[in-house]
Design a protein around this ligand. Structure first.
Ligand SMILES: [Zn+2]
Length: 114
């Protein structure tokens, strides 16, 4: 008995032994280490492709997660999703400041208006 929809359709639902056989077969298929190795390898490959897509816009981690979680759909989302705006840095101390700040909150340097 194979673990597929045809087995499910042809099963005798009144026979507990038949149902148990299908359950055992499906459990055996789902716990097969070969299946998990393929699933893990595909997840890593999809994440790597996502990271490659994000490399150009400096969104490697975000796009690697999209790729690993959603596969080709994640790649499409990564491709069309805009890159997040870079937070401006203080020219004096190089730490992040907010857009529109007049002075750096870390060192007090006067910031150019953006
Ligand atoms: Zn500063």
């Amino acid at each position: 008995m194979a673990c597929d929809f045809s087995a499910l359709a042809s099963i005798d639902s009144e026979d507990p032994e038949d149902v148990l056989r299908l359950l055992n077969e499906c459990t055996r298929v789902l716990t097969d280490p070969k299946l998990w190795m393929w699933a893990i390898a595909l997840t890593v490959i999809c994440g790597a492709v996502g990271a490659y897509i994000g490399r150009r816009r400096n969104t490697v981690v975000r796009d690697a997660i999209f790729g690993a979680a959603l596969g080709p759909i994640g790649w499409i989302i990564s491709w069309y999703l805009p890159a997040p705006k870079q937070q401006p840095a203080c020219p004096a101390c190089k730490r992040n400041v907010d857009v529109g700040d007049a002075h750096c909150r870390h060192c007090g340097a006067k910031l150019a208006r953006r």
